[in-house]
Structure formats: structure tokens, C-alpha cells
Design a protein around this ligand. Structure first.
Ligand SMILES: Cc1cc2nc3c(=O)[nH]c(=O)nc-3n(C[C@H](O)[C@H](O)[C@H](O)COP(=O)(O)OP(=O)(O)OC[C@H]3O[C@@H](n4cnc5c(N)ncnc54)[C@H](O)[C@@H]3O)c2cc1C
Length: 295
């Protein structure tokens, strides 16, 4: 496989063409060649752009509700030498009616992100697989009142013993709906027999998947993590992918990373992209000199 860090033969020219947007929401796009197009302006993308900008690289950060046509050669309104994909993830949730509306509010996933805020509250774990036992134990560290809605998912003897030993009650009945209060906040979990179990906070192990909608043309590989808990775009050091000239940073390649790790990965990808451009330019200069010498 060609090493995208040193390859100069392909001159990877990716073109990102956004649909027309409100001029107040977008800087004027350059019409000439740019060094790197960063797609995604979260912690990873912005830190990647920062490293590149401080290395005097021309960078365009594209974020928001844009649609792109990515082509690897020719045409288009924005031509770039490298692409940094930092588009994050979308979290797939269990198909329970009423559940998705509470994402990021009454419905949470990460004890390190929201756990402190729900300490000592009545918490329900909406199990989605064997990994949910682990999640339940983490939230049990924060509250004495934790219910485990098993929802027919696998629960081995060891997991059951751990939950029971720590006073986590296991609800075996299937969940049919998540019920909202009049003000829209999460109020209860409805079971098959119609019982409503009051809970204002539910935790679920979501399945983060790389956000690559509109970027399929780049041909990035997507890899399932063990047990299907998530998927990612595999990358090597500095976010280098198998596609020459295309790097990734943040959640798109490390779905479990929080803001700090995502920012670090974006910065590292930016630095590697700058290094690949430096190497390509040095090689081109050597080739130009030796060509001149031969004449
Ligand atoms: C509910 C919730 C709460 C969280 N709380 C915390 C917390 O408290 N602390 C913490 O450290 N982490 C928290 N996290 C995790 C944190 O949000 C991520 O780790 C971090 O945002 C990842 O950064 P990123 O730059 O990779 O992706 P993102 O921050 O998701 O940024 C990706 C960007 O790309 C843009 N984008 C996507 N597709 C396209 C496209 N096709 N074209 C252009 N732009 C595109 C998006 O608009 C977005 O701005 C939380 C996550 C969730 C879901």
C-alpha cells in the first residue's frame, strides 16, 4: 500500500463543494488550491486546523449543515491537497418508543460526562447488551437507586451476581415505552404489563457510528469494534488512513474519546498532515533540482 505520508505521485486533490449557504454563516471560500480541508469543526477538527494554520498551511474548516461532494481529482469550487475528516459520531439508540427525544437530557450514556449531575438520583439502566452491566456498576458508584431494565439482553451469572450484590434491582419485564411528563422531561419507563416505573434519568450504552454521510466518495474503511459496541474509521499514528491524502481525527476514529482526547487527536492529525506536505514539497524540490542538473 502506498504510504500517504510520503507519496507524491498521486497528488491527492480532494474537492469539497458545499451547497450554497447564508453568506453570514460562512467565510468566502478560496477559489485556488488549499493545503487541507478539515471537514468537521468540533474539538478534533479545530485543533487539527490550529496545528496546520500555525505551520502556515492554508486551511478551510467546513462544519454545519452542509452537504459535500468529494471528488479526488479535478473540478469543483474548492480544491485541496489533503483532507482531515473530523465529523464525529452519531449515536445509535435502542428502538424503544419515546426514548430518542431525551438524548443528552434525561437519557445519558457516559458516567464521566453526566454522572456527577445525576448523583443520588433514581437512575435506570436501559440494557442494550452485556456491556450494560459495566455501565450499571459505574452509575451505581454515583447513586444507591439504580434499576437495571434487562430488556431480554444477555446477563450472565457473574454480571447478575455483581448487580445483586450491590443492590441494583433487575427488571426482567420488557420495556414498551419511555414516558414523558407534560413539560417533555423524562418521567417513567412503561413495562409490558402497563406498569410505569418512575425514572427521570436513564442511561443507555449507545452505539456510536462514524458520521460519514456525504463523504462516501472518499472510500474510507469502516471497522466494527468487538461485540458491535461501536464502529470507527481505522487509522494509524497521526490519524493517517488507508486513503492517500485523507486523515481522520477525534470520535470518527476513536468513538470512546472525550473532548480532551478528541482535541489531542485532531492536533496530532494536523501535525502529521503538515509533515506529509513538508515531505512532498521537499521531494518535489529535490526532483526539480536534479532535473535542472540533468539538463
Ligand atoms: C450527550 C453527550 C454529552 C457529552 N458530554 C461530554 C462531556 O461532558 N465531556 C467530554 O469530554 N465529552 C463529552 N461528550 C463527548 C464529546 O462530545 C466528544 O468526545 C467530542 O465532541 C468529539 O469531538 P469531535 O471533534 O471528534 O466530534 P464533534 O464534536 O462531534 O464534532 C464534529 C463536527 O463535525 C460536523 N460535521 C459532521 N458531519 C459533517 C459533514 N458531513 N460536513 C460538515 N461538518 C460535519 C458536526 O457538525 C460537528 O460540529 C459528550 C457526548 C455526548 C453525545
Amino acid at each position: 500500500m502506498t504510504d500517504p505520508r510520503t507519496d507524491t505521485s498521486t497528488s491527492p486533490t480532494s474537492t469539497a463543494v458545499p451547497a450554497p449557504v447564508d453568506a453570514e454563516q460562512s467565510d468566502v471560500l478560496p477559489t485556488g488550491l488549499v493545503d487541507v480541508a478539515v471537514i468537521g469543526g468540533g474539538s478534533a477538527g479545530l485543533n487539527g486546523a490550529l496545528m496546520l494554520g500555525r505551520s502556515r498551511r492554508s486551511v478551510v474548516v467546513i462544519d454545519g449543515d452542509l452537504r459535500f461532494e468529494i471528488v479526488l481529482e479535478g473540478g469543483g469550487r474548492l480544491t485541496t491537497r489533503r483532507v482531515l475528516v473530523a465529523t464525529g459520531v452519531r449515536d445509535e439508540l435502542p428502538a424503544v418508543p419515546g426514548l430518542a427525544a431525551h438524548w443528552g437530557h434525561g437519557l445519558i450514556h457516559c458516567p464521566y460526562c453526566h454522572g456527577w449531575e445525576v448523583r443520588d438520583q433514581a437512575i435506570g439502566i436501559l440494557a442494550s447488551g452485556p456491556g450494560s452491566v459495566h455501565q450499571a456498576l459505574l452509575f451505581r458508584q454515583l447513586s444507591d437507586d439504580v434499576l437495571y431494565f434487562r430488556r431480554g439482553t444477555e446477563l450472565d451469572e457473574e454480571g447478575r451476581a455483581r448487580l445483586e450484590a450491590l443492590g441494583v434491582r433487575i427488571i426482567e419485564d420488557e420495556v414498551t415505552e419511555v414516558v414523558a411528563a407534560g413539560d417533555g422531561t423524562l418521567a417513567a419507563v412503561r413495562l409490558t404489563d402497563g406498569t410505569q416505573v418512575p425514572r427521570h434519568t436513564l442511561a443507555v450504552a449507545s452505539r456510536p457510528l462514524p458520521r460519514l454521510e456525504g463523504l462516501e466518495g472518499l472510500g474510507l474503511e469502516v471497522e466494527e469494534l468487538p461485540g458491535g459496541i461501536a464502529a470507527k474509521v481505522p487509522s494509524g499514528m497521526g490519524g493517517v488512513t488507508g486513503v492517500p491524502g485523507v486523515s481522520v481525527g477525534g470520535n470518527v476514529t476513536d468513538p470512546m474519546a472525550q473532548v480532551g482526547a478528541s482535541a489531542a487527536s485532531g492536533a496530532s492529525a494536523g501535525a502529521f498532515l503538515n509533515a506529509s506536505l513538508v515531505m512532498a514539497e521537499a521531494d518535489a524540490a529535490v526532483a526539480a533540482l536534479s532535473g535542472a542538473g540533468a539538463r
